[in-house]
Design a protein around this ligand. Sequence first.
Ligand code: PBG
Length: 327
Amino acid sequence: MVAIRMRIGTRKSAMALAQTQEIARRLAAVAPEVAVEIVKFETTGDTDQVGKLLPHGGKGGAFVAEIRKAILSGELQAAMHSLKDMPGNEDTPGLVIGATLPRDPPGDVLVLRAGISVDDLRRSRGRGFKIGTNAVRRAAYARRLFPEIEVIHYRGAADTRVRKLDNSEMQRLADGGAVGPADALIMARSGLERVGFASRIAYEFSIQEMLPAAGQGIVAVECAAGDWQTRSILSRIDDTNAHRSADAEREVLWVLNGHCNSPIAGFSTINGGEMSLTASVLDEAGDLFIEASRTGPADRPRELGRAVGLELLDKGAAAIIERSRVK
Ligand SMILES: NCc1[nH]cc(CCC(=O)O)c1CC(=O)O
């Protein structure tokens, strides 16, 4: 058998590599003729551990742009992305999502430094505690749950963040200052588990308490739209339900013109032939909150996403999104 080479690009964090290895394992099981090579990229978003993500063109710009260029130039056949990090308000001409892996647990969890408990946070309503996150969505939900908590800017790969928490490290800021040390972090359960820190989950937020980001827990494989061979191979590892959820949740981002750090959450579930989708838009203070929820046929996810997105717009979402843009 003639081997087909497939070079898959990825960031080089522990989490990204674990996700790419999972893609390679799944390909090995169904496409033995494919020889996968994992190509590691150091992206701007990883080198700069201080600034907010916006100067790099946002989350999407920072983590995705350099790897995408390499697919378009033919240097790579595919790229691994956390779907949650892919910009939802713009297409990249010439690229498509060739596969989505089955969704991992989609929720967010609390990681605590030694010596404090979830009860401490609850009893105090967060007063006197610092919680680290860079996500407007997480900050907003955290303030709903712990109204007096101080939210601090926090950067780094999943494993780095836990290490910084344990070592009581300060988080440096772009203006030369520093914040911290953090008492708690909010992180994606799936990301934490992928880097081997499942034992550090102090509390798992329910989906109602903290609606996940659109696409959270889904690994996407991107490839060139015209590379039919790669698309055909990737289709063998595509998980239909995860792909439908991806389509529905990302349609909400599309309708709302959700930018890189939009305070938008979106999560769908599939039950037989039916899909339910809930999405919300929050302001960072946590006191403005718009939610919409609908059910529709699971094989028409974009229509459902569109309906939910338009309902959010009807309820005033645009003003909140624009306010979060100018920061
Ligand atoms: N922003 C970084 C990022 N991108 C994807 C995940 C893991 C969860 C996922 O795959 O959705 C994480 C870590 C986190 O949010 O804690």
